[in-house]
Design a protein around this ligand. Structure first.
Ligand SMILES: NC(=O)C1=CN([C@@H]2O[C@H](COP(=O)(O)OP(=O)(O)OC[C@H]3O[C@@H](n4cnc5c(N)ncnc54)[C@H](O)[C@@H]3O)[C@@H](O)[C@H]2O)[C@@H](O)CC1
Ligand SMILES: [K+]
Length: 510
């Protein structure tokens, strides 16, 4: 089963359900969380393991996250650590109070006031147990800056955050208020939360590990996109006409690189045939650069409509290198007026920035829009505005909410691109693709990478996948191909890495 990411509400529901079914009490869960955290810290940083005379500073908040902190302190103490506890005042629940009481025979608890910056002298570890999934408003504590500075410093104590770095929203990953902690390691209890993967939160989390606290996996949450099933992307016989005929639209002479890369990627991902349609004056340039990709000239939208009336053409990708003018709008209208599924990117989106509704009126549920953040903001300015800057209260609107709302409004599949890519369909389906932590590919931020992805999606749609499935498979393959190519990658390398990737996917299935 695909790994899933939870909201704070979903996490609370899982916990409540387990308690109602008598599987565990809240106190037992807290004990498992703290004990599991200490085990995981040891596994992640084996050099901290033997304990000895190490000093840890543990910062506890007013709720259950603080309760977890007291459990962590007790287990560190049992391993020989000296723990200095700092706790905020506030109305904690009975479980957190019990965990504090269990700590008190072992050491002092200092009061953590708004302006306090506990001394880190001699500390090897700082535990951020201030706020987790219950964060609802900005945190006003000098200790937040202390955690951030320590996490960023070379040398000095390492920072571990329980569940979330305090000040970050578990649902959106966004800062609640101006100040939020950072960590070198974040421990997610039971399952990762959405906020661990979204926006700049992965940087704030450092590394991410999940701590099992013995709760059943009920399948709740949003799926994290994993490798597509080999059966979905493999070819099982049949001649080229059985694997679809993808069409990519290209722009004026001298601007053809983007569309060529899309066309080549559509072919590499397995479309049986790919035709690049360009204005007549761009034929010579493209003919000099292409072999396996076929070429067709269309001077205007009327000619394009005529060409697309061929029923064998079953998907059209357009946008890369088209230009933003009225001609592009006319091409989009011609494509969406016909029966072929369309994948719209780049200029095909931006051409409608003045009147996005005109585009939405034409879209069909199987069409795909692949905006990056800037293009998204032009088509859905209100949704983008809700995501901008820090949030005032939690849980805050997330990129997942925005992509879902956009898919409903547009009536098409949306791929909101980024290291955290969200795919959302108008019927409510959504999934997250995370190229962060161990799968981060910063070198994928390169000219033409998006055009290649557009081609890959178009190729898979031509091969018969639905828009949502095509996007889900393509985003994973795109990142995995880029990981193979490695630093130094240019966009052409992505499609070139696909054969090796396919070979390995096929072998892994044997
Ligand atoms: N849900 C679960 O299954 C489990 C939860 N556990 C822990 O419990 C945490 C959630 O506990 P809580 O729901 O008590 O929430 P938190 O401990 O995250 O904090 C909530 C408390 O702080 C207050 N608060 C929120 N924002 C504040 C701010 N900016 N300044 C001051 N006070 C603020 C809230 O009113 C509430 O009292 C999880 O993150 C996890 O660490 C674990 O004990 C294990 C099991
Ligand atoms: K925390």
């Amino acid at each position: 089963m695909a790994m899933r990411v939870l909201t704070a509400d979903e996490m609370r529901a899982i916990e409540r359900d387990a308690m109602e079914r008598g599987l565990a009490t809240g106190r037992e869960l807290m004990e498992r969380a703290g004990r599991g955290a200490v085990r995981t810290i040891g596994a992640h940083w084996p050099d901290l393991e033997p304990g000895g005379a190490r000093r840890a500073v543990v910062l506890c908040g007013p709720g259950n996250n603080g309760g977890d902190g007291f459990v962590v302190a007790r287990h560190l103490h049992a391993l020989g650590w000296r723990c200095d506890l700092y706790a905020m005042e506030g109305a904690g629940g009975a479980d957190a109070a019990a965990m504090r009481a269990a700590w008190e025979p072992l050491g002092l608890v200092h009061r953590l006031g708004p302006g306090d910056r506990p001394s880190l002298e001699g500390a090897a570890l700082i535990v951020d147990a201030l706020f987790g999934t219950g964060l609802s408003r900005p945190v006003e504590l000098a200790a937040i800056a202390l955690l951030r500075e320590a996490a960023r410093a070379d040398g000095g104590p390492r920072v571990v955050a329980l569940d979330m770095p305090s000040g970050r929203c578990a649902d959106s990953g966004r800062r609640i208020g101006p100040d939020a902690a950072e960590a070198n390691l974040t421990l997610a209890f039971h399952a990762p939360k959405r906020g661990h993967y979204l926006g700049d939160a992965p940087d704030a989390c450092g590394a991410l590990r999940v701590v099992d606290i013995g709760l059943p996996d009920a399948g709740a949450g949003l799926p994290l996109i994993d490798a597509p099933r080999w059966e979905t992307i493999s070819k099982r016989g049949g001649h080229k006409y059985r694997h679809g005929h993808a069409v990519i639209l290209g722009g004026a002479s001298g601007k053809g690189g983007a569309a060529r890369m899309a066309a080549q990627a559509a072919l590499r991902i397995g479309a049986g045939l790919v035709t690049l349609v360009v204005p007549p004056e761009a034929i010579v340039e493209n003919a000099a650069r292409l072999d396996a990709v076929m070429l067709h000239a269309a001077g205007d939208a009327h000619a394009l409509r005529g060409f697309l009336s061929d029923a064998r053409l079953n998907a059209v990708g357009l946008g890369p290198g088209l230009g933003r003018g009225a001609a592009t709008r006319a091409w989009v209208e011609a494509v969406l007026d016909g029966p072929r599924a369309a994948v719209l990117d780049a200029d095909a989106l931006t051409a409608f920035e003045d009147r996005p509704e005109a585009l939405f009126d034409l879209l069909r549920p199987g069409d795909v829009l692949t905006p990056h953040d800037g293009e998204f903001a032009r088509l859905f300015p209100d949704l983008a505005l809700e995501l901008s800057g820090e949030a005032a209260t939690g849980p805050a609107a997330s990129r997942i909410d925005a992509a879902r709302a956009a898919a409903r409004r547009a009536g098409a599949v949306i791929l909101l691109k980024g290291p955290d890519s969200i795919v959302a369909a108008p019927d409510g389906r959504a999934a997250l693709h995370a190229a962060v932590y161990g799968r981060a590919v910063p070198w994928l931020a390169t000219a033409g990478a998006g055009d290649t992805l557009t081609g890959m999606i178009t190729g898979l749609v031509a091969r018969g996948l639905g828009g949502f499935e095509a996007v889900s498979a393509a985003v994973w393959l795109h990142v995995e191909a880029a990981r193979r190519a490695g630093p130094g990658l240019i966009a052409e390398d992505i499609a070139s890495a696909l054969p090796g990737l396919f070979r390995d996917l096929a072998a892994a299935r044997q």
